[in-house]
Design a protein around this ligand. Structure first.
Ligand code: HEC
Ligand code: HEC
Length: 305
């Protein structure tokens, strides 16, 4: 210990009790300044312990409960085995995983998907219709109220109408030679099947999934954002394999995203006249990179389940 440090220690020890607050503040500043962590670049949502013990705090908690256990908490609006938090990780807090704190402050906003300015409630309704393969809860009903309160609380102190770093999923450049389904199948077998199953069916404990299904009847439908290969590649690169986000190469993220989305899943609820072709022309032809209505291995995808 050098003399300077011991001198500081002496001062600290000698400091009277009433100076406690000030000493703490200084310490925390030194800690954050010293090691710039990755997370300090992003907006920090409040901690659970900061929730007020009142009606507002209870509604926020209800929203969080719906977000992590959607099927059991909002049963009548959910048509698959997923929870919101399966795709919005860490209960909707994780930067670069479409966090709710970065979303809430950006609505109302125009969406090409339905060609109008959407309120936040309408944005949430869309998640139920597509990602959850269910139906929209009433905009002024309890489910949307709770999810909105949870989002609003996570965004406490965030600027309104300003795109925050960490919003959505960071785009992953498309491989120069396109994606390759055979390579995707290899990546899937080596890195994903252990949790999500040989056939993307997920794994259950009792009635609930511990590893969510990636395709098939219990997964997101053909109208969900995740059905786009570019969006799925972004999600996968950032988050999967779980606990090893960022470990796949950009190419492998695309290959495995394409492999995942080359399997059948529930129909796009916007299906026009029972025709996959018409629905493709209207809703999928200009919606990123996707395989809806395309022929893969001799079969047309998009027939639905
Ligand atoms: C299958 C994965 C998946 C599930 C399940 C899911 N989402 Fe999403 N969510 C996405 C994707 C992907 C996007 C980005 C959509 C896009 O790019 O069109 C998104 C976007 C959003 C947004 C807008 C984000 C922004 O920054 O504008 C909100 C809010 C949202 N989801 C809430 C929910 C809620 C609430 C649920 C549950 C009822 C839910 N999501 C379920 C994948 C999912
Ligand atoms: C160690 C187990 C594990 C591995 C390995 C794994 N995942 Fe996941 N995956 C999960 C879990 C758990 C979730 C839900 C996350 C949550 O709720 O916090 C998830 C969520 C997902 C989702 C969004 C939810 C859904 O069902 O659509 C996709 C897509 C996904 N994983 C794809 C992949 C791909 C592709 C790979 C291989 C590159 C992979 N995962 C490897 C455990 C795993």
């Amino acid at each position: 210990m050098n003399t300077q440090t011991s001198a500081l220690l002496l001062i600290a020890l000698a400091a009277p009790a009433y100076a406690d607050d000030i000493v703490m503040e200084d310490q925390s500043q030194i800690l954050t300044g010293a090691g710039e962590t990755a997370s300090s670049r992003y907006f920090q949502p409040p901690q659970e312990s900061e929730l007020p013990d009142n009606a507002y705090g209870k509604l926020v908690q209800e929203g969080r409960a719906i977000f992590v256990d959607t099927k059991n908490r909002a049963t009548e609006y959910v048509g698959n085995g997923l929870a919101c938090a399966n795709c919005h990780l860490e209960q909707g807090r994780k930067a670069n995983s479409a966090p709710l704190w970065a979303a809430y402050t950006m609505y109302p906003a125009y969406r090409k998907k339905n060609n109008k300015v959407n309120s936040y409630a309408e944005r949430l309704q869309g998640c139920f219709q597509f990602s959850m393969n269910g139906k929209a809860p009433e905009a002024d009903g309890p489910v949307i109220a709770a999810l909105s309160a949870y989002s609003y609380w996570l965004a406490t102190g965030a600027p309104t109408g300003q795109e925050l770093p960490g919003r959505a999923y960071p785009e992953v450049p498309k491989p120069e030679n396109g994606y390759d389904l055979a390579k995707g199948e290899q990546v899937y077998a080596a890195q994903c099947a252990v949790c999500h199953g040989q056939n993307g069916e997920g794994q259950k404990s009792g009635d609930d999934y511990v590893f969510p299904p990636l395709w098939g009847a219990d997964s997101f439908n053909w109208g969900a954002g995740m059905h786009r290969i570019n969006t799925a590649a972004a999600f996968i690169k950032e988050n999967m394999p779980l606990g090893k986000g960022g470990s796949l190469s950009d190419e492998d993220a695309w290959h495995v995203a394409a492999f995942m989305n080359s399997h059948e899943r529930p129909q796009d609820p916007r299906l026009i006249d029972g025709s996959v072709e018409k629905t493709r022309d209207k809703y999928h032809a200009n919606d990123g990179v996707n395989l809806y209505g395309e022929i893969v291995n001799g079969t047309m995808l998009g027939k639905g389940l």
